[in-house]
Design a protein around this ligand. Structure first.
Ligand code: HEM
Ligand code: HEM
Ligand SMILES: [Fe+2]
Length: 444
């Protein structure tokens, strides 16, 4: 690392990993419930488990993005972070919101709007927290010597992500209108502005890891930003097909969302071609593996598995089934989970001066987690197709179809165990690095 203040990023990565473990535990609780073993029902009802699983996902990813920003922005802008004290305050308030929401869900303190379940008073805390975060980042960027394309794209993504949280906070009595604006947050995050954050982080990693000139790498970023906006904004329509909005959304959503995989394809081609072009490759091979991995798996999970059910003629059958969950898992993991794992793999040697990359532990972490996640995706896909057939074609009762799907959840649990083993190995490696130290500072 080049700046002492970059060390603060570590806190965010540690929180991110802790919340991921908790998220996975809730995943197992639901997996067992779907297998017919809902033994914890009295203490943790399904609605509390599912809200916790999904909101923890959002918080560990945000914590990872924030950590990445606190590391990247000083380095790109060539200046110390504006205030480490404020960054630590922001960290603790983020952890507080996370913990308060999880506890709240267990006492029925939630809103019931998928992915945005956290209750209104906590939303205000989120707003204050994010404003503080953006204040620190923007002040650093604009006091620095440089404003690189990489930094600007990443910060643009973060600012838009914050602004897009607001439509989800307006109160509507009408279910359709509420749902309409909820998608502005959820869809325009993952298929819009988070892709800019992803592009920025990928570009930073590729500059560091492949040795290819910044000018070449950053040219690609413009293409990715262009493709993302072109397809992703009106692509929101694929959530409006059957929620009570006008019919024209079938056409608009179908056409534009079918174009969305192009942005992810662009990201994959970008990473692979920069890797092949790179002549001064960094010795941290596992960071390169995770970086290429995120570019490729996101194309499969988000791009291809998204495309699989995005046309109205397909979605009318698959909507809200486990086909959706199949895509949701590989998309989130490939695009954003693996991205954070890539960043942590790159950054830990920089923060601590220790070189624990290319160990057996880190290699097995990559393969077990990914093979496990592909298995989980397959199990969910099989459950989803069974569900569509039994429930929607044959007309079987909802609960009877759930029972028929139980064997698929046995497979899900087996694969999830593999996935979890890989994640734990990654975290053990992360902990082995220890905490950041000033001795890891390099001057140049
Ligand atoms: C990284 C990017 C992406 C992530 C993280 C992601 C994640 C998700 C999640 C979690 C859902 C379930 C939402 C809910 O029901 O509350 C969903 C739904 C959906 N996604 Fe994606 N997605 C991504 C990209 C894409 C792309 C590129 C496409 C199209 C090509 C797509 C097509 C769809 C469709 C059609 C649905 C609605 C499914 C339904 O009707 O139940 N997604 N996505
Ligand atoms: C490894 C253990 C995991 C297990 C056993 C598991 C299991 C589940 C189950 C059973 C559901 C469906 C809940 C329902 O019926 O409402 C679910 C939902 C979901 N999980 Fe996981 N999960 C795990 C890990 C993860 C990870 C690592 C991610 C993200 C990177 C993730 C993202 C999601 C998302 C986005 C949904 C909502 C899907 C939808 O909208 O249909 N899960 N999970
Ligand atoms: Fe979407």
């Amino acid at each position: 690392m080049k700046y002492r203040s970059q060390k603060v990023a570590y806190l965010f990565f540690a929180l991110s990993m802790a919340l991921l473990v908790l998220q996975i535990i809730y995943g197992f609780i639901m997996g067992f419930a779907h297998m017919g073993y809902d033994v914890l029902h009295e203490i943790i009802p399904f609605n509390a488990a599912t809200a916790t699983h999904k909101n923890l996902l959002v918080v560990w990813l945000l914590s990872g993005f924030m950590g990445a920003a606190y590391y990247i922005i000083p380095e790109e802008a060539e200046i110390e972070l504006f205030s480490v004290k404020l960054a630590k305050l922001q960290f603790w308030s983020l952890a507080l919101v996370g913990v308060a929401s999880v506890i709240g869900f267990h006492f029925n303190w939630w809103e019931g709007r998928k992915f945005l379940e956290i209750p209104r008073p906590l939303d205000y805390l989120v707003v204050i927290n994010v404003l503080l975060f953006l204040g620190i980042i923007l002040k650093t960027l604009y006091s620095g010597k440089k404003r690189t394309t990489t930094a600007m794209v990443m910060v643009m993504g973060l600012v838009f992500a914050a602004l897009l949280y607001l439509p989800g906070m307006i109160w509507f009595d009408n279910q359709t209108i509420d749902s309409f604006f909820r998608w502005w947050v959820v869809h325009l995050w993952v298929e819009g502005v988070w892709e800019l954050i992803m592009g920025g982080i990928l570009s930073f990693l590729l500059i560091k890891l492949t040795g290819v000139d910044r000018e070449v790498i950053e040219k690609w970023l413009y293409v990715i930003v262009g493709l993302t906006f072109l397809s992703g904004i009106l692509g929101t329509g694929h959530h409006f097909y059957f929620i009570g909005t006008p019919k024209y959304w079938l056409m608009i959503g179908g056409i534009f969302s079918a174009l969305e995989p192009l942005a992810f394809l662009g990201m994959a081609l970008f990473a692979i071609s920069m890797y092949k072009k790179g002549e001064k490759r960094h010795p941290n091979k596992i960071a390169i593996t995770w970086t290429l991995g995120t570019a490729i798996v996101s194309f499969v999970g988000a791009g291809l598995l998204g495309l699989a059910h995005t046309l109205p003629s397909v979605n009318i059958w698959t909507h809200g089934t486990f086909v959706t969950a199949m895509h949701g898992h590989l998309a989130f993991w490939g695009a954003y989970g693996m991205l954070i794992f890539a960043f942590i793999s790159y950054v830990m040697p920089q923060l601590t001066g220790r070189k624990l990359y290319n160990t057996n532990l880190s290699t097995y972490a990559f393969w077990l987690s990914n093979i496990g996640m592909v298995g989980m995706t397959t199990a969910l896909g099989a459950a989803g197709i069974t569900q569509v057939y039994l429930e929607r074609k044959v007309g079987m009762d909802f609960m009877d179809a759930q029972i028929a799907m139980e064997p698929h959840f046995m497979i899900l649990i087996a694969c999830a165990t593999l996935f979890f083993t890989g994640v734990i190995m990654f975290i053990v490696n992360f902990l082995k690095y220890g905490t950041p130290t000033d001795q890891a500072l390099v001057k140049n």
